[in-house]
Write a protein that binds this ligand. Sequence first.
Ligand SMILES: [Zn+2]
Length: 369
Amino acid sequence: MVLPTGTVPDGSITIDGTRISGATPADAHVIDVSGHWLVPGFVDIHNHGGGGASFSGTADDVHKAIHAHRRHGTTTLVASTVTDDMDLLVQQAGLLSELAEQGDLAGIHFEGPFISPCRKGAHSEELLRDPDPAEVRKLIDAARGKAKMVTLATELPGGIDSVRLLAEHGVIAAVGHTDATYEQTVEAIEAGATVATHLFNAMPTLGHRSPGPIAALLEDERVTVELINDGVHLHPAALELAFRHAGAGRVAFITDAMDAAGIGDGRYLLGPLEVEVSEGVARLVEGGAIAGSTLTMDRAFQRAVTIDRLPVEDVVAALSANPARLLGMDDRVGSLEPGKDADLVLLDENFDLKGVMRRGDWVVDPQLA
Ligand SMILES: [Zn+2]
């Protein structure tokens, strides 16, 4: 059992209704999970879809995607949009905020349209625009208190003012899909940016004369860096470099998943763009840019422990505690502690997922006595 204080080999936990309880009543129903790892439910702050559906779709699509990821241990999920027409984004923000109010989503992450055409990745170039604080405000308002994060290229005109506006409204300003220099990135962090959107991906590489955004984001204690640990987006050495430099407390593993996550190869849409998924790697049909991942959080966990050889406690921090703190939800989720939601993931000795509990209900029942 991985607790905030460390790993306990023979621990026990009591669930009362939807919460973890401090005391164990004498008549408690006991489930023996010996031989397994028990870790907190995963918190994914950057996710576009899964189960064949996307967070840019209808309410049915959104539910489908939520449940696909829930079955892989993600008990707290922020829905990410992709660059689209502003009117459509405003409309989608309304729909997603309703689902957030019902408790199914932790909030909304807007990725684009305020990003750099030089680092557009799988975003439609003709729909990109400079970050205008008035338009950023429009999205925040449309999300009715549920906007959690906006990814933007802070070096563009209006970028720094937009970062300030986001910080003032308690929305995370994330530096990403950016062509910023080191100095421009430092300015963005000073203005209030606190997250690096998939560090290394969709930004200039680390150069010895022009260290770019990567060095600025890694070195600043105030910044949490997102990493996509699917073995495609990052070389294991790059992951290790980020982990060592930022420390385990400033890393958030994300999926950046698209529709194919939890389903498999085929043709899909990412926002308005067509994507071909082959052998689990999603690429734009036109141009071939990597278009999100097919990753689920349980696989990110397993890779981190078995391939990257990171300590289990650090992996738990990167998948649960750190993103929960970042969202300001660490009073409810992100660790196994009395008073918090009974969100649990059960893994076997090979770190294969065996059970998922969300708010006291089994989503994946491990079928143990
Ligand atoms: Zn994304």
